[in-house]
Design a protein. Structure first.
Lengths: 524, 253
């Protein structure tokens, strides 16, 4: 049933999509392309050489309580930094897409799992790589230490100490020295420390200028120069505390981000699926209700009902027993048609039983003019078929095949297994499609009083209404089959060479016992 | 006097019921039972019964077509029976004709037979004739597409579908139906034909000509305000209605 439903949902959604296929997919495709271009550019921008390295500022490193703050700040620039979100944002849509198309659910779990695991690994690796690149660049660090205490000594002239570290692969000190960002940051430092009285701008460029010329070796010298106690008791903290490159923690965060995106995608997916199922159930329900109504209309169709009652009235004199049986059949038929069963599927046995009542009455009405043959494979009786499957077909055969003609009619119902599928046929030897259609045979020639050979004719009054009504019956059946079984079903109407019409229905072979619980659409 | 009756119904049990009820009427004798329209037509022509129990819905020819195919002097007193046919019932009501709704009660049946008996004994054929032709007219106009048109010639009876007719020409008290190479003469007025055929895509283009719009090939100007219509069959017909009228009708179809 679940599989059937899968199919159903596919076919169900396809008409909707088919209605506006090119437009929606085109827009989606365009969005995807734009996004991909954006992502490529963003990643290029993130990974590109060195531009405006982040400047880490630690002032007043000698104050112990500040260490935690510094550590946090360093973290906030590192693992928890806003930069860590970039790869997630950039790659998230792709992850979501994979999760949406290959959700982790029964059916193709293995494939989905493998794909999602691969995507997860890819996501974490890519995030990590981008994050590392960002953080590596960030590791060109400038420590500016405003030694306020000493500054006070120098009589209003603030002294700013600078330490630069350069780790492997960074953009180098050149970029740092040339960047305008430093000045800004420096000023920030100076003003935020609140201990500088002079104009920082005058101070800082001098310091930076000092850096401008330094080579890597020069940095070492500079660092050496900045060793604690080396100059005016300055203390540079080196290497900076709590400024890790993206490590295990960051990968954990990547993983969490991945899970969040996938989780979101899944919730969307399952919500949608839920809605779809609800829609589906609703559709089937209304369709069944329609079928029931059609059947009821057919049973209560005055032509059938009153002729049946007339036949019973006639039988009462000659054969009260047969009259009784016919009356009971009629009442059973009406009861079944009126019953408000919600079941979408019944066993073929039940369906045949239902149709049997109808055929019995028709048989009584038409006597010799109607012969009914059934050839049902015993195993097929236990198969599940849609409720009210045969009724409209058999009714069609009699009303439009047998009734308009006046030769001995035969309706033959068969059910058997073919290639693992349930094949049902309803054949009649009646007037055929042309005779039943509105195209009535036209020129009927009655040769004098002798032989009269007119072509079959339905009562010309009310023909149109009847045909429209019946068309609805078969159309409804077709729609119901499609909804229930998707492409797993077939309903064919063919004219027989020897006259009459064969309706052939193919369904999945599903014995009732095996799929009893799944047989109820509402339960699944 | 014995009433000779024919029972026409396609369902054996329905015939049986009529027969059973008739057996209670000592003066009615069933001379034939028919299960389709063609049989009924033949039996009626051969047996010339006084009374016909006629089911409306029958294979081959329905009840109305049977009546149409009969010469008016062949038509007996008719008691229509129907299970349910709204159109037919309306036609009966409109033309004040007696009919039995199946399943009918014995009392209702007896009353209908009694009325028929009176009619036969009075020999009041004329009134029922008029009623019947009015009924058939009603049926024609109420049937979508006008139904089939019955044409009687000395040797045969033909049912023509309206779309087979190319054009209709008036000829005195008759109309001539042109259908391909055949001509059929029908005792009917042009106005009645027009009323019957107009819904099937016909138009009256002059006092005496009704044309199937689907057969028009071209319209040729003859002079100021005068045109002739050329049909696909090659027939050339004078048109006295206005061109715009024709265009309106053509654009409708």
């Amino acid at each position: 049933m679940r599989q059937a439903l899968e199919l159903v949902s596919v076919t169900q959604s396809s008409p909707g999509k088919a209605a506006r296929p090119s437009r929606r997919s085109r827009i989606l495709g365009l969005c995807g392309m734009v996004w991909t271009v954006f992502v490529s550019l963003a990643i290029w921008w993130l990974l590109r050489g060195d531009s405006g390295p982040s400047v880490y500022i630690i002032h007043d490193g000698n104050s112990a309580p500040r260490a935690t703050v510094q550590k946090f700040r360093a973290w906030s620039k590192g693992d928890l930094g806003i930069e860590r979100v970039y790869p997630w944002v950039l790659l998230g849509p792709y992850v979501a897409l994979i999760a949406l198309y290959f959700p982790l659910e029964r059916g193709r779990l293995r494939l989905s799992l493998a794909l999602n695991l691969a995507a997860c690994a890819g996501f974490v690796a890519a995030s990590h790589a981008i994050g590392e690149r960002i953080s590596v660049r960030g590791q060109t660090v400038v420590f500016l230490r405003s030694d306020a205490v000493l500054g006070g000594d120098s009589g209003g002239t603030n002294v700013v100490e600078v330490a630069v570290t350069k780790s492997a692969g960074s953009g180098g000190i050149g970029g740092l020295a040339g960047g305008g960002g430093i000045i800004r940051d420096t000023r920030e430092l100076v003003t935020s420390s609140g201990r500088v009285n002079g104009d920082s701008r005058e101070l800082v460029p001098a310091e930076v200028a000092k850096l401008r010329d330094v080579s890597d070796a020069g940095i070492s010298n500079l660092l050496a120069e900045l060793q604690p106690g080396n100059r005016k008791g300055a203390r540079a903290v080196f290497p900076p505390p709590g400024l890790p490159r993206p490590g295990l923690l960051s990968m954990l965060l990547d993983l969490l981000a991945y899970c969040a995106v996938v989780g979101l995608a899944h919730s969307v997916h399952f919500y949608r699926r839920l809605r779809e199922r609800e829609h589906q159930a609703l559709f089937l329900e209304s369709n069944l209700a329609q079928a029931r109504l059609n059947t009821l209309r057919a049973q209560l169709q005055p032509h059938f009902l009153f002729n049946s009652l007339n036949a019973i009235a006639a039988l009462l004199r000659r054969d009260p027993r047969l009259a009784e049986a016919t009356l009971l059949s009629l009442s059973e038929l009406l009861r079944l048609a009126l019953s408000q069963s919600e079941r979408q599927e019944v066993s073929l046995r039940e369906e045949i039983n239902f149709v049997g009542h109808y055929l019995e009455i028709q048989q009584t009405r038409f006597g010799d003019r109607l012969r009914i043959e059934q050839e049902i494979e015993p195993a097929a009786l236990e198969c599940l078929v849609p409720t009210l499957l045969l009724q409209p077909v058999v009714e069609n055969a009699i009303r439009h095949g047998i009734e308009p003609g006046d030769k001995a009619g035969l309706v033959r119902v068969t059910a058997n297994q073919e290639d693992g599928r349930l094949v049902l046929t309803v054949a009649d030897n009646g007037v055929g499609l042309s005779g039943t259609g509105l195209e009535l045979a036209s020129t009927s020639v009655l040769s004098g009083k002798a032989s009269i050979v007119p072509l079959p004719n339905k009562g010309s009054l009310g023909v149109v209404g009847e045909h429209v009504g019946n068309g609805i019956g078969l159309t409804n059946l077709r729609a119901r089959l499609e909804t229930l079984y998707g492409t797993e079903q077939k309903l064919e109407l063919a004219e027989r060479k020897e006259g009459g019409v064969t309706v052939r229905i193919e369904l999945p072979w599903r014995p009732a016992a095996a799929s009893e619980s799944a047989g109820r659409i509402r339960a699944s | 006097m014995k009433l000779r009756a024919i029972i026409a119904d396609d369902e054996p049990l329905a015939r049986e019921r009529v027969r059973a009820l008739v057996s209670d009427e000592p003066d009615v004798e069933v001379v034939a039972e028919c299960s389709n329209g063609a049989q009924t037509l033949k039996a009626t022509q051969e047996q010339r019964p006084d009374l016909l129990f006629l089911d409306v819905q029958m294979p081959r020819l329905n009840g109305f077509e049977v009546l149409e195919a009969l010469e008016s002097e062949q038509i007996p007193v008719v008691i229509f029976t129907t299970a349910h046919d709204e159109h037919a019932i309306r036609a009966f009501e409109v033309n004040a004709l007696d009919y039995l709704l199946k399943p009918f009660t014995e009392a209702r049946f007896k009353a209908a037979v009694q009325r028929a008996r009176d009619q036969v004994s009075r020999g009041s054929r004329g009134r029922s004739d008029r009623q019947l032709s009015a009924l058939l007219n009603h049926v024609h106009t109420a049937t979508p597409g006008g139904g089939r048109i019955l044409v009687r010639s000395p040797e045969r009876i033909i049912f023509l579908k309206p779309e087979e007719i190319d054009h209709v020409e008036a000829a005195g008290n008759y109309v001539v139906l042109h259908a391909a190479k055949d001509r059929h003469i029908l005792r009917e007025t042009t106005a009645a034909m027009e009323a019957r055929l107009a819904p099937a895509g016909f138009m009256r283009i002059s006092r005496s000509v009704i044309v199937n719009l689907a057969r028009i090939r071209e319209v040729q100007p003859l002079g100021p305000g005068q045109y002739s219509v050329l049909l696909k069959t090659g027939a050339r017909l004078d048109m006295t209605c206005s061109l715009s009228e024709l265009q309106t009708r053509l654009s409708e179809t």
